[in-house]
Design a protein around this ligand. Sequence first.
Ligand code: NAD
Ligand code: DAU
Length: 352
Amino acid sequence: MTIKNILITGGAGFIGSHVVRRFVNLFPNYNIFNLDKLTYAGNLENLKDVENNSNYTFIKGDITDADFIQDLFHKYLFDGVIHLAAESHVDRSISNPLEFVITNVVGTVNLLNAAKTIWHNNYNNKVFYHVSTDEVYGQLGDEGKFLEITAYSPNSPYSASKASSDHFVRAYHHTYGMPIKISNCSNNYGSHHFPEKLIPLMINNIIHNKPLPVYGKGENVRDWLFVEDHARAIDYIFHKGKIGDTYNIGGNNEWKNIELVKFLCALMDAKLGRASGENEKLITYVTDRAGHDFRYAIDASKFMNELGWEPSVTFEQGLEKTVDWYMANSEWLQNVTTGNYQQYYQAMYAKR
Ligand code: NAD
Ligand code: DAU
């Protein structure tokens, strides 16, 4: 059995922690190195169940520190990289675009440079896999879906930074022969999701009987995928995807925000023993997000046909699992919503 050293960046975050858990549990021949700066979004509690596994190592570090990243690659001579570390919240990118450029663009180029340095004369069996988003394609009207060939047209500072990082990854393949793969996925939901994003924020506010801030008229549409299905998709692409290729990943599961929030309210009326319709009374329409993309929808048929992937749960099943997880993990929720989160929430929602 060949032992390989695999670097996963951003493994203490929402999606990254599901990817790390999957790889540590399924692939004993991999030494999994989780590199994470532990920003507000990174949380080692997400990985308590695997932290003592012999094939798992956590490294606290910053992808924007080029010297540190070079040293790390020379020390562990990684065979593969799965890059998820990023600033990921659109609203924060509107308040502080530069932070997104530095982490998402400069951080990605630092990793590419380090991989190029250690792999330069031998790209055999090496993979640099960049995890990206459907938001790079911009927004859709009522019709159509994003394909891999859809032109990039990012609208927010977040999506512009992710689009830029995708371009650098592609450029390193074209210019230096770097063995890259990219995937562009739709909105994820599931356990361990930081409650600044729509679904966990609404779950947290419903539990605490707080107003449910719906941006604009709630007409915007997102295509939701259960996070464990995304982690499995990343596994398939890492192992079976073509070098130099891009794959779109999505749940074929479009919801208007307001319909989703109402569905969640009804589900949680029952879970919390509240009267039917009680939670819906918490819905509050607030000032829209600046530049708010209207609709995202992914055509994942290339990925599904080529690599044989499909979602394993319906949205109803996945959402119920998610709500149950948050209700059973009130301590996790409390730990991440104290301190800085309170300040963020006041600042972000007071002005709406
Ligand atoms: P997240 O914000 O939950 O986690 C990001 C992680 O990156 C955190 O653990 C954070 O500490 C770490 N990080 C941030 N800056 C870092 C730095 N400078 N050095 C090292 N680590 C750093 O994000 P997520 O929602 O899990 O998203 C993960 C990746 O997937 C991102 O690249 C994102 O663009 C992409 N993505 C997310 C979604 C989604 O719906 N959440 C959908 C498609 C693609
Ligand atoms: O499409 C993939 C992307 O999905 C990822 O790349 C991003 O990292 C991830 O954050 C997510 O971006 P969105 O902006 O779509 O997700 P968010 O959960 O912030 O918002 C979902 C929708 O809900 C969006 O239309 C804005 C709206 N919204 C959001 C919040 C936080 C509200 O109406 N109220 C809210 O309080």
